[in-house]
Design a protein around this ligand. Structure first.
Ligand SMILES: CC(C)(COP(=O)(O)OP(=O)(O)OC[C@H]1O[C@@H](n2cnc3c(N)ncnc32)[C@H](O)[C@@H]1OP(=O)(O)O)[C@@H](O)C(=O)NCCC(=O)NCCS
Length: 344
């Protein structure tokens, strides 16, 4: 049986840090409040306006390819999960294709907010499992700072910029993606959205004046539904594969809020030492969170480890994926300054 396995991970994080203390100068908030209510200490921000999402996505993808020793010409398909594409069209995947020089592939973007990476991974898995493709780049990349309203304390404290990329290849040795559940429900669409610039509210002086080109969220609604949604699909995918918390090496949860992550892990019976958490350092990078976690923990992963990836995002969109990790991670010299475990 052919399964889709992650065979390499790359990442890109901007150098510049936006700390809670920096935010204290922009909105009525405090480091203490942000830490206690979200778990975030700082985020990365890509300030250079000439460097859009495709810049970060290409760098993450290139690193994943180089680590695997694969030439961009061997890639069959590029899928980019993002809600901050360089422009409405062409797709960011096309721009990444060009910047990589991946001359033998096709590609498209997946718009699923914070589930963008997970949905892209599920899509890639189908193309591998049916035998059509041999090498797919799945990228989660978002430059959230460009759609942040830095006068709105309900949202600007949460998000940061970053990108992660994985290479997906066929495996027939029992490792790879075993099962997944994906869901969406548009009935709460207005709890987390960016109204301006689409076909309903095309860009105009009015959309600018009303700050409609910024992300807006009803934090409490999102919080409540996120806990229910993420925990339910994660528990369901474990149950239907006969797994208990003891069988799981790591939970890889979307990094939206430390309290959402803790509640999900509790429901799944997974102890805190087996939960990947880097929200304190990067905030919520939207489609970037899951591959950035995999990158940070890669050296601790061993072939055959059971992982549950789980996400929740605007739409609402949510899902959980059960996979068996395909290779032994190696701790490279450049990882020397990276914590061994639970860097959160
Ligand atoms: C946004 C979020 C952190 C707010 O935390 P919360 O505990 O729900 O806080 P509430 O919205 O209930 O607000 C509690 C109080 O804190 C205040 N508050 C809100 N943001 C604040 C901030 N940044 N600093 C200080 N106080 C703040 C509110 O005004 C409110 O004050 P009040 O009681 O006087 O009215 C939280 O709801 C959350 O994380 N939601 C999910 C967001 C998310 O995951 N988004 C991405 C989805 S993928």
């Amino acid at each position: 049986m052919i399964r889709a396995a992650i065979t390499s991970v790359g990442h890109f994080l901007p150098e510049e840090r936006l700390t809670n203390f920096d935010l204290e100068k922009l909105v009525d908030t405090s480091d203490e409040w942000i830490r206690a209510r979200t778990g975030i200490i700082e985020r990365r921000i890509l300030k250079d306006p000439k460097k859009p999402t495709s810049y970060m996505a290409t760098r993450a993808a290139r690193q994943a390819l180089e680590k695997r020793g694969m030439d961009p010409s061997e890639i069959d398909l590029i899928i980019v999960g993002t809600v901050t594409p360089d422009m409405l069209f062409p797709a960011t995947a096309c721009l990444v294709q060009d910047q990589l020089g991946a001359e033998n592939c096709w590609g498209f973007d997946v718009s699923a907010a914070c589930s963008g990476f997970l949905f892209s991974l599920s899509t890639a898995a189908r193309f591998i499992e049916c035998g059509k493709h041999k090498a797919i780049l799945v990228i989660g990349a978002d430059k959230m700072s460009v759609i942040m309203d830095y006068t709105d304390r309900n949202s600007c404290i949460i998000f940061g910029d970053g990108a992660g990329a994985v290479l997906v290849e066929p495996e027939e040795n029992g490792t790879g993606i075993i099962d997944s559940i994906e869901r969406c429900d548009g009935s709460n669409w207005d709890a987390l959205r960016m109204l301006g610039g689409g076909s309903l509210h095309p860009a105009s002086h009015e959309t600018i004046d009303k700050r409609m080109h910024y992300l807006f969220q009803e934090g409490r609604t999102v919080f409540k539904v996120a806990i229910e949604g993420m925990a339910a699909v994660s528990a369901a995918v474990m149950e239907r594969n006969g797994l208990t918390g003891d069988d799981i090496r790591f939970l890889v949860p979307h990094q939206a809020n430390q309290r959402i992550i803790d509640a999900t892990a509790r429901r799944m019976g997974i102890t805190p030492d087996k939960v990947m958490i880097n929200i304190s350092r990067y905030g919520n990078t939207t489609a970037g969170t899951l591959p950035l976690c995999l990158y940070d923990w890669e050296s601790e992963l061993r072939r055959g480890d059971n992982l549950i990836l789980s996400s929740f995002g605007g739409g609402f969109t949510w899902g959980a994926t059960y996979l068996k990790w395909a290779y032994d991670g190696v701790r490279t010299p450049e990882m020397a300054d990276m914590p061994q475990s639970a860097p959160g």
